[in-house]
Design a binder for this molecule. Structure first.
Ligand code: GLU
Length: 428
């Protein structure tokens, strides 16, 4: 290894931002428990490859705007890198690096043959027209052509991207190859090789993990009062599943703020409202609350399915839930984790709780490569099996080593990657 003056840790790191530091701090907390060699740990502390592109997009009025785009591939030890593409004003190299690292642990924890990646474009998608988003997506895909591929790096949806975005990515890639390459992305429409149940997989997986935790604790999920932050592909589906299972969803929120009803919200009615109006803005199904108030509502389970950095050292003392389920990536800060631990509020960690999405992405990729498709029931059952297996390994390790579920989940993922890296060796 390089001596300190040359070591990467002593050079300025372009991706070194608060979120990346948080991912590394979590990694550093897990390493002593994982008990892996120092040189392996040092290698895994950094992403393998980080790319910045500038994407010129013709706007509807005729002028061009250049957007910054990123793709970070954290580890290719276990297979192609895998992870979402997000469109958001907060997107940066550091955010992608942190999220890519979490994807590595998530895929490894679920024993999927992938490493982690993440990418995105810093833009405000809600202020852009669909044709503008299409042009942005196609140019971004084209700029990524040298580094993505079904055996190299496989994008998927993330914040503000969806099946349509993936269809444009798949088409752009396929046009360059000269034939349809469905396996280049996952989370695409079923008509072009997408998988049944991929759309619901992340939210449904969150509820499967919650159910498993309730079983362990002797709680009945249908007797819990739940608050769900986020009403998109993760929060919306989780709220729907919880409501269908008989749990009382007392509050939900989206970009327009929160809505609260102690008697329980009619989730299908809210879904219809959001579908018709584009958001929950103006909805009178309950009392309006701010995002901050929502996080501090009295409830049993708080589902965080919006974005990172929501429960912090500042508000963690005021959380009144008995359990937190992380549907988003990185929603709980390090300080908050400490406080929630002291307060004995159980946190179901992101890399386990929201892993349903990438797990069904894996099923989608396998189906695309084999050109053979499974039924919804088969996929649901395979997902439940994968999540239960990972959950049990994490739960047992946490009990055994007396660590948090987060540390146990990270340790499980890190060990898988470390074993593979040790077996392969570090090139050259
Ligand atoms: N963006 C999702 C995640 O954070 C899904 C990634 C994928 O399906 O590859 O896990």
């Amino acid at each position: 290894m390089a001596s300190p003056p040359e070591a990467l840790a002593h050079a300025p790191l372009e991706w070194d931002t608060p979120l990346y530091r948080m991912a590394v701090a979590q990694f550093d907390q897990a390493v002593p428990v994982a008990d892996i060699p120092d040189d392996i740990a040092e290698r895994l502390r950094y992403p393998e490859r980080s790319i910045i592109v500038s994407i010129p997009v013709r706007m509807d009025e005729g002028h061009r705007v250049v957007f910054p785009g990123y793709r970070v591939q954290h580890s290719s030890i276990l297979g192609p890198t895998k992870g979402g593409i997000r469109y958001d004003l907060e997107v940066s190299l550091g955010e992608c690096a942190a999220l890519a690292m979490w994807m590595t642990w998530k895929c490894a924890l679920l024993r999927l043959p992938y490493g982690g990646a993440k990418g995105g474009v810093r833009c405000e998608p809600r202020s852009m027209s669909l044709p503008e988003v299409e042009r942005l997506t196609r140019r971004f895909t084209s700029d990524l052509l040298p580094v993505i591929g079904p055996q190299e790096d496989i994008p998927a949806p993330d914040m503000a991207t969806n099946e349509q975005t993936m269809a444009w990515m798949m088409d752009t890639y396929s046009m360059q190859r000269g034939y349809a390459v469905p396996e280049i992305v996952t989370g695409k429409p079923i008509s072009i090789g997408g998988s049944v149940f991929r759309h619901e997989a992340t939210g449904a997986g969150v509820v499967m993990v919650m159910m498993r935790a309730c079983d362990k604790l002797g709680w009945r999920l249908d007797a819990q009062r739940c608050v769900v932050q986020g009403f998109g592909n993760v929060g919306g589906i989780a709220a729907h599943e919880l409501h269908a299972l008989g749990a009382r969803v007392v509050a939900v929120s989206d970009v327009s703020g929160g809505i609260h009803s102690e008697a329980g919200l009619d989730i299908p009615a809210l879904e219809e409202y959001a579908h018709l109006h584009g958001s929950l803005e103006g909805c009178t199904a309950g009392l309006r609350v701010t995002n901050e108030e929502l996080l501090e509502l009295d409830c049993d389970i708080l589902v965080l399915a919006a974005r990172e950095d929501q429960i912090t050292g500042e508000n963690a003392w005021r959380v009144r839930a008995r359990m937190i389920a992380e549907g988003a990536n990185g929603p709980t800060s390090l300080e908050a984790d400490q406080i929630l631990g002291e307060r004995r509020i159980l946190v179901l960690p992101d890399i386990l709780t929201n892993a349903g999405g990438v797990t069904v992405s894996y099923f989608e990729w396998v189906q695309d490569l084999g050109r053979l498709f499974w039924t919804r029931d088969e996929i649901r059952a395979k997902l439940a099996e994968k999540l239960s297996d990972a959950f049990d390994r994490v739960w047992d390790l946490a009990e055994d080593r007396e660590v948090s579920l987060r540390t146990a989940a990270l340790v499980s993922g890190i060990r898988e990657v470390s074993n593979a890296l040790e077996a392969r060796g570090i090139f050259p």
